[in-house]
Design a protein around this ligand. Structure first.
Ligand code: UDP
Length: 385
């Protein structure tokens, strides 16, 4: 049952004791709510946005499931997690194969033999390896200390300069020398002709969109949308034994130890009625520093099995990275040394609140993928029972 905030008072009056108050209806909150409901616990979910689903929320525009907060492609190597999500949705067989544009030329991603052929005309893996080795022969990189060293060590100077440096520096708003190496290790590097962006054996997008999947997880749990945690607690009334908090951990503690840093995004979505196929692919990355967006998503290509009629038009979203300021949406934690150390201090502080569990990208300050969120939420739920 999903209710607007105006119904908050009614709910509180009629049922005022909950085992858990769940703050945030994103994937972490929804999985936790489902697990707790299955174990007979009574939960109330509160959500500050006007809709459920957090950043995986999809909205129908002309029958196209638009990923309102950026492309979400589900992938996992964990069979249990794959079976778990398949309870709530039928997944299509979408395989993410983005292309990158650099100075008007197209390159396949992730970095693989197609990319190396496009860059250097090499056809054999040994030839590609030799080009990369020659490009970094003058460098002596041991354990990479930052993203730049890691990228150079893996793929050489051309790929770094054309496909990584500009994209990464606009995405994160800082130099590749100041960023952690692990970010670039998210991308596979292959010496085969394989454009699958992920190595995981299970991949797809739920038919019907992610919102329907979250609705199924939250079925039978009371959800109030359009109300923040602060406003909810200030209104008093509901009694709960524990809180699952999936918002920003530093905000929960009123930033008392200082601000953690986040990276934000701005999405510009356009309906283009004149064509059913603008760019021929769901995701096109723009890797030059001077182009202000990182990628353009054409949503209908996520929905490969859809029965979209010709003439439906198309919907695209340009994704602009942005500095994060208080009051804006935080999308990515910035897992560098300073923020890591501050987060540890917040974790210490969190021990003083035995009644509160912190979960998700913002509560745990981790660059989680969706499957990792589910793993973490299931683990948390198990610990509670
Ligand atoms: N990246 C890049 N060039 C690309 C795509 C990605 O250099 O064309 C780098 C960039 O540093 C980015 C990281 O790889 O932050 C991880 O990319 P991913 O697609 O996993 O990012 P997400 O989808 O989580 O934003």
């Amino acid at each position: 049952m999903i209710l607007g905030s105006r119904n908050a008072e009614e709910i509180i009056m009629s049922t005022n004791h909950y085992d858990y108050l769940i703050v945030g209806s994103g994937l972490f909150g929804a999985v936790f709510a489902y697990e707790m409901k299955e174990k007979g616990k009574k939960c109330l979910v509160i959500e500050k946005r006007g809709h459920i689903g957090g950043n995986i929320y999809t909205e129908d525009v002309r029958g196209i499931h638009v990923h309102q907060y950026g492309a979400h492609i589900f992938h996992t190597a964990n069979r249990d997690v794959w079976n778990y999500v398949n309870q709530f949705a039928v997944f299509n067989h979408y395989i993410n194969s983005p292309v990158a544009v650099y100075e008007d030329k197209l390159y396949n991603l992730p970095f693989n033999m197609n990319t190396f052929y496009q860059l250097w005309g090499v056809k054999k893996p040994e030839e590609a390896k030799a080009v990369i080795a020659a490009q970094i022969a003058d460098l002596d990189i041991g354990e990479p200390a930052n993203l730049e060293e890691q990228a150079l060590k893996l793929v050489g100077r051309d790929v770094y300069e054309k496909l990584i440096k500009g994209y990464t520096e606009k995405q994160w708003g800082r130099s590749c020398q100041e960023l952690p190496a692990f970010i670039i290790r998210r991308l596979p590097l292959r010496f085969t002709y394989d454009n699958n962006y992920f190595n995981d054996p299970y991949q797809g997008i739920p038919n019907g969109g992610y919102t329907q999947m979250i609705e199924k997880m939250l079925a039978g749990t009371k959800v109030l949308t359009g109300i923040s945690y602060k406003d909810f607690t200030a209104s008093g009334g509901a009694v709960f034994d524990k809180i699952l908090y999936t918002g920003m951990i530093d905000e929960f503690f009123d930033f008392s130890l200082g601000h953690l840093e986040y990276r934000s995004l701005r999405f510009a979505t356009e309906v283009i009625p004149e064509t059913d196929n603008l760019q021929g692919n769901a995701v096109v990355n723009y890797t030059e520093r001077d182009i202000p967006y990182t990628r353009i998503i054409e949503h209908r290509h996520f929905d490969i099995a859809s029965a979209l009629k010709p003439g439906t038009g198309t919907v695209i979203t340009k994704e602009y990275p942005a500095d994060w300021k208080a009051g804006e949406e935080p999308y990515y934690p910035i897992n560098d040394e300073r923020n890591g150390a501050l987060f540890v201090k917040y974790q210490e502080l969190a021990k003083s609140r035995k009644d509160v569990i912190f979960g998700g990208r913002l509560g745990q300050y981790q660059y989680f993928n969706m499957d990792q969120v589910i793993e973490a939420a299931l683990k948390t739920a198990k610990e509670q029972i």
